[in-house]
Design a protein around this ligand. Structure first.
Ligand code: SF4
Length: 296
């Protein structure tokens, strides 16, 4: 079988500009990660969200675990995650399975995210905490980044996650204020800012707060800058900006491909605004090179 054919990305993308290249790599690393995930019945956001960096990351032995199932109770217009079926109850074995997978993959930095679980009283915060604790116990040296939903800005849910001791707390604002209502489902721009501020205040900045947005959704350059300033004011010190690529024709349409120079301009603007770590480039995704980002 032609490996390259079998690994072709299914991304829907109107003609790509020359600076966007999806790297195809179907080597042993990718197969090994796929085998571990299958064995332990785990999901990753890499495949559920059709991430264009999947081949590259899996080949390197990194993956972002998506806990709490693969059915989201929300339906954001840019997102490829499923939302048709009723989500299943949290799996009590999931924390150990994630820890086992992270150990088998010899990860030094583990990224954990989830679908939004508005059906659960704590939004799934308890499961996040259990996974963090299981990974800490199994891999005490590993960094752990959590990328959480907004938990409807419930302070108790947030506290549960932070008290489990992640290395970095991440929640994405996703887009600029003007577009948030049209594109995000139930989440609001201001609630996300409030949630990020809460996360910063709860630990006094001891756990760095991270956020990110996509561009190409219809925002203006000025609105991107306003969003960066809003994030800084909310205590965020780690930032990601990447190009939106519609997962299918049914998703929110692409408004523009942003040139690499513009991403660099925003990165400089962000650093001047006080962000400590910035990843801003077309192929940057929220958890792409997450460990490397805070160690550079
Ligand atoms: S909340 Fe929105 S972005 Fe997050 S997984 Fe659900 S549909 Fe996707």
């Amino acid at each position: 079988m032609d490996n390259n054919k079998s690994c072709k990305s299914k991304l829907h993308r109107p003609k790509l500009p020359p600076w966007i290249r999806v790297k195809v790599s179907c080597g042993e690393g990718r197969k090994e990660v796929a085998g571990i995930l299958k064995d332990l019945e785990l999901h990753t956001v890499c495949s559920s969200a059709q991430c264009p960096n999947l081949n590259e990351c899996w080949h390197r032995g990194t993956a972002t675990f998506m806990i709490l199932g693969d059915q989201c109770t929300r339906n954001c217009k840019f997102c490829a995650v499923n939302h048709q079926a009723t989500p299943t109850p949290p799996d009590p074995e999931e924390p150990e399975h994630v820890a086992e997978a992270a150990a088998r993959m010899k990860l030094k930095y583990v990224v954990i995210t989830s679908v939004t679980r508005d059906d659960l009283p704590d939004g799934g915060a308890g499961q996040f905490a259990a996974v963090i604790k299981a990974v800490h116990a199994r891999l005490p040296e590993a960094g752990i980044e959590v990328l959480t939903p907004d938990f409807n800005a419930d302070p108790e849910a947030l506290r549960t996650v932070l008290e489990a001791g992640p290395t970095v707390f991440n929640h994405n604002v996703e887009t600029v204020r003007r577009l948030a209502g049209d594109i995000r489902s139930k989440a609001t721009y201001d609630r996300s800012l409030r949630f990020l501020r809460m996360a910063y205040d709860m630990t006094g900045g001891k756990i760095p707060v991270k956020s990110g947005l996509m561009v190409g959704l219809g925002e203006t350059d000025e609105e991107v800058k306003e969003t960066l300033l809003d994030l800084r004011k909310s205590g965020v010190t780690i930032l990601t900006i990447g190009q939106y690529l519609p997962p299918s024709k049914k998703h929110w349409p692409l408004a523009r491909y942003v040139e690499p120079e513009k991403f660099e301009e925003w990165a400089e603007f962000a650093r001047n605004a006080g962000f400590e770590f910035v990843a801003s480039a077309p192929m940057v995704r929220s958890s792409y090179n997450a460990g490397e980002l805070i160690h550079t």
